[in-house]
Design a binder for this molecule. Structure first.
Ligand SMILES: C=C(O[C@@H]1C=C(C(=O)O)C=C[C@H]1O)C(=O)O
Length: 452
């Protein structure tokens, strides 16, 4: 989309919001929510761009329904001492206008502090946006919810919405660039895998997820990157969250958990193969993946943990008897879906607290593997392999921050990890990590990569 088209889109959206505010404030209090419907024949991603200070969020799950939010109506950021229970208690104290959810993310390890490249972010970020748009997949209309500042008049609202939509926004490209440490090369990554294999042979752990990152300059505008991800990975949840001018972007194939009307759904995803060059080869690779003892072990560790963790929270819970193979543009994975009926009063955060991080991203046994990763990864995972999602009154959905990148001032760190079990081959795992880096490398148009 051209710069002028983007600008025109924002201008007309702003005009509609100001008009709706004026009509509404003639009738009632000026800070009541403004709700309107506007024609919108583009992706809501067109409202997203890299250089902004207002916190913002974009979400497009596989249903194709989109959400975009910007500005902060309410915020809830965790301090270094907070944990899942503090988050839950604080959510319970806040009431949001109908239809407005919380958006946010939790890190890989709630006990670890955000360090290194993540130091500008709090330990967990949640906010309810002040300008919120939703658009159904097949619709040409967006629903808008705008929460004007208290006591604002029409002039204030115009200026406020201009800020929120970054009309004539400041270009922050001269912003100070973060110092991402040099990423691990092939040698250091495979050494890390050998060390995990030793740990496994000594019987302390049965699975460890070992991860790496690459860094480079982003060359593609955010809206184009998000649209590209949505078209290449339609079965993944494409999302982006910005805080303090830094973005977490992902096209995640893995739902951590969703909770709606006491039904909980969880994806167990582990075990990976490349895509074939022909249909025949692709089917053959899928059949080998299903038949591989090594991949099945890696996968079963996740299913076992999930069932054991959520059973005390459920009236009943069951896993599909056999994994199936899901195919993404870059890789295929083994997946088992787990579904349950929750005990009364159990909410999304209770489920997430017991599940996360699952052996799909940490290893097994889960607690020991999580501590091992935090101590031995060699860099702070932060929100990579954490979870991103929405929350409203105990319900919502969290997806694992995989096939993800952290972007600050045009510099990106792209992440990928691989489950290591007895029998894993370090070279094959390196190749698998390269495939997992592909979605972000391509979507962000990453150049000047440092490292191998
Ligand atoms: C850790 C990642 O992916 C996880 C690891 C997988 C594996 O090792 O087979 C498969 C899916 C994910 O649960 C990643 O993409 O970074």
């Amino acid at each position: 989309m051209s710069v002028t088209a983007r600008e025109a889109l924002r201008q007309s959206l702003m005009a509609r919001i100001v008009e709706a505010f004026s009509e509404r404030s003639a009738r009632g209090p000026s800070d009541a929510p403004v709700r309107l419907r506007v024609p919108f024949d583009r992706s809501l991603a067109s409202l997203a761009h890299w250089h902004r200070w207002e916190p913002a969020v974009y979400s497009r799950p596989p249903s194709g329904d989109e959400r975009f939010g910007v500005g902060v109506y309410r915020r809830l950021v965790a301090s270094s001492d907070d944990d899942w229970d503090d988050l839950k208690a604080r959510f319970a104290e806040e009431k949001l206008p109908p239809g407005l959810p919380w958006f946010g993310a939790v890190p890989f390890d709630f006990r670890a502090l955000p360090l290194g490249m993540w130091a500008a972010w709090p330990k967990s970020i949640w906010f309810a946006p002040r300008l919120y748009l939703t658009k159904a997949a097949s619709s040409d209309v967006a629903e808008v919810l705008y929460l004007p500042p208290r006591g604002a008049d029409e002039m204030d609202v115009r200026a406020d919405v201009m800020d929120l939509l970054d009309i004539h926004g400041e270009d922050l490209s001269s912003e100070e660039r973060p110092a991402f440490e040099a990423p691990e090369d092939f040698r250091r990554f495979t050494d890390k895998i050998e060390r995990a294999l030793r740990e496994i042979r000594q019987g302390r752990l049965s699975k460890v997820v070992v991860a790496r990152y690459v860094t480079g300059r982003v060359t593609r505008p955010l809206d184009e990157a998000l649209e590209l991800l949505a078209s290449r990975y339609p079965d993944s949840h494409v999302f982006a969250l910005s805080w303090q001018g830094r973005w977490l972007v992902a096209a995640s194939p893995e739902r951590l958990c969703s909770v709606h009307a006491r039904t909980v759904e969880i994806d167990c995803l582990a075990g990976t193969a490349r895509r074939g060059r022909s249909d025949e080869e692709d089917q053959q690779l899928a059949a080998e993946l299903l038949a591989s003892a090594k991949h099945r072990r890696e996968h079963q560790a996740v299913v076992d943990h999930v069932l054991q963790a959520v059973a005390p929270l459920c009236e009943r819970v069951e896993a599909q008897p056999e994994p199936s193979v899901i195919k993404l543009a870059n890789v295929q994975h083994l997946r088992t879906q787990v579904t349950g009926r929750l005990n009364p009063g159990v909410g999304l955060l209770d489920v997430a607290k017991t599940l996360h991080p699952t052996p799909a991203v940490a290893g097994a046994p889960q607690r020991e593997a999580t501590s091992y990763v935090t101590a031995h990864e060699g860099w702070p995972r932060g929100y990579y392999s954490g979870a991103f999602g929405t929350y409203a009154e105990g319900e919502g959905q969290l997806d694992v921050c995989l096939r993800s990148a952290f972007v600050a001032a045009g510099d990106a760190a792209l992440f990928a990890g691989c489950g290591i079990v007895e029998g894993s081959d370090p070279v094959a795992e390196w190749e698998e990590s390269e495939l997992k880096l592909r979605p972000m490398r391509e979507a962000l148009g990453v150049q000047e990569e440092v490292g191998p």
